[in-house]
Design a protein around this ligand. Structure first.
Ligand SMILES: [Cu+2]
Length: 422
């Protein structure tokens, strides 16, 4: 802190000193009866050399910074699209850095080379259509190429994958993530924000959840006054209340009555068969576990504010927005163990982070991501239970061995297909 203050003071004093020197120079010029716009030749030469020196120092600083800070080792792109994203990013860097050196060299070298010489009049050169055309058309064409290539990749990432893909949802809230797998039917259960209660934080739509949300709106629940109690309070003459408090209570009552009628409408059109969609979902609050090579249809949802799901090693990111569902497609290429070897780091773990500053504990909003091979993934699946408490792989004892062998075969094919494509 102290040293920063001193540096700041030195800069300010330096600027003041230069301003004074300029003033002294102006006064001497006045004294010598020289006009201010008559710059001596040696001053011009000095300035032109400084242009060249500035260019060299700027390039040296740029190269030094690039070498020191420009490379963040995140290992090879660990997803199929990640390789495309890396390629696009590198293409952009090549173009930008080339143009940076080219234009700055022209700027500073010309300033040095064409310094004003005594007795030489500047050549008047107001217009060249061909030149204008060149520096308009070339950048436009290059930009078009960058945008078209980028859009192609982006569209490919964000369109829905086929039915052989696994549907997984990431639910974000202040401050954490929850993963929801679609279970045996590969279809995620429906949800509705109106069903959010302490017992149903993900707002999943089941008959029981609709009933309990209705109950808590009507009768009240933990930390929640129901419509009945609010009406009672408003009608009770013996309660002394200020006019503002009474008005606030009325607004609250109106809001809850609307919720009750919306929930009743939901309940009336609700079809019991929809319960099955949610009941076989598997909810994981502590980590996201993926199968190597599997194609995933990830959907994203937010409970409160905008978050962003950022998977640096997969080069994937998607905003999560309250009130809408966002998507991307995604295929992990290496298991966590394979990545440990590639990164030469035994501690390596994939990670999911929030990449939008979303509140005080934003920095804590992380989730471990593990990519497993076929056998480990199947074993992990066997240990998990669904939303209604039954096993994820819900097979009868007689068919269990056969079905699990089928799954293992399928997973092995999925994982080895990726190795073949590499
Ligand atoms: Cu966040």
């Amino acid at each position: 802190m102290g040293s920063k203050l001193i540096i700041l003071l030195v800069i300010i004093l330096g600027v003041l000193a230069i301003a004074q020197l300029v003033r002294v120079n102006e006064l001497t010029a006045k004294h010598a009866k020289r006009k201010e716009e008559d710059i001596p030749h040696r001053d011009n030469i000095f300035n032109s050399r400084m242009m060249l020196l500035f260019m060299i120092l700027m390039y040296a600083g740029f190269i030094w910074m690039m070498l020191k800070y420009g490379y963040v080792d995140m290992g090879p792109a660990a997803s199929a699209h990640g390789e495309n994203v890396d390629w696009l990013l590198n293409l952009n860097f090549v173009i930008i850095i080339t143009v940076f050196f080219l234009t700055n060299t022209l700027l500073f070298v010309f300033a040095w080379k064409y310094v004003k010489k005594p007795g030489v009049k500047a050549y008047f050169y107001p217009q060249n259509n061909k030149l204008e055309m060149v520096w308009t058309v070339i950048p436009a064409a290059v930009l078009a190429v960058i945008i078209i290539l980028g859009l192609r990749t982006w569209n490919d990432i964000t369109t829905r994958a086929g039915s052989e893909s696994e549907n997984v949802e990431l639910f974000s809230y202040q401050f954490g993530w929850t993963a929801r797998y679609s279970g045996m039917n590969n279809e995620l259960g429906k949800f509705d924000y109106k069903l959010t209660t302490p017992e149903n934080p993900y707002a999943l739509m089941t008959k029981a959840n609709i009933d309990s949300a209705l109950q808590s709106m009507k009768v009240g629940g933990p930390g929640q006054e129901g419509v009945e109690l609010l009406e009672e309070k408003l009608n009770d003459e013996s309660i002394v209340m200020s006019r503002e408090d009474r008005e606030a209570l009325r607004v609250e009552l109106g809001r809850k009555e609307r919720m009750v009628s919306l929930l009743e409408a939901m309940s009336a059109t609700y079809n019991d068969s929809l319960d099955a969609l949610a009941n076989d979902d598997v909810i994981l609050a502590d980590s996201l576990v993926l199968l190597k090579g599997q194609n995933y249809n990830m959907s994203f949802r937010s409970k409160d504010v905008i978050h962003s799901a950022y998977f640096p090693h997969f080069r994937a990111q998607m905003n999560t927005v309250p009130g809408m569902t966002t998507y991307f497609k995604f295929q992990p290429l290496y298991t966590t163990d394979e990545m440990k070897k590639k990164m030469n780091n035994e501690e390596f773990e994939y990670i999911l982070m929030c990449n939008k500053i979303c509140g005080g504990s934003h920095y804590k909003m992380k989730m471990a991501v593990t990519v497993l091979g076929p056998e480990e993934y199947l074993n992990w699946q066997k240990s998990k239970t669904t939303y209604d408490g039954s096993p994820w792989l819900d097979y009868s004892d007689s068919e269990r061995a056969e079905k699990e062998a089928e799954l293992l075969e399928k997973y092995t094919a999925i994982a080895s297909r990726v190795d073949e494509e590499k």
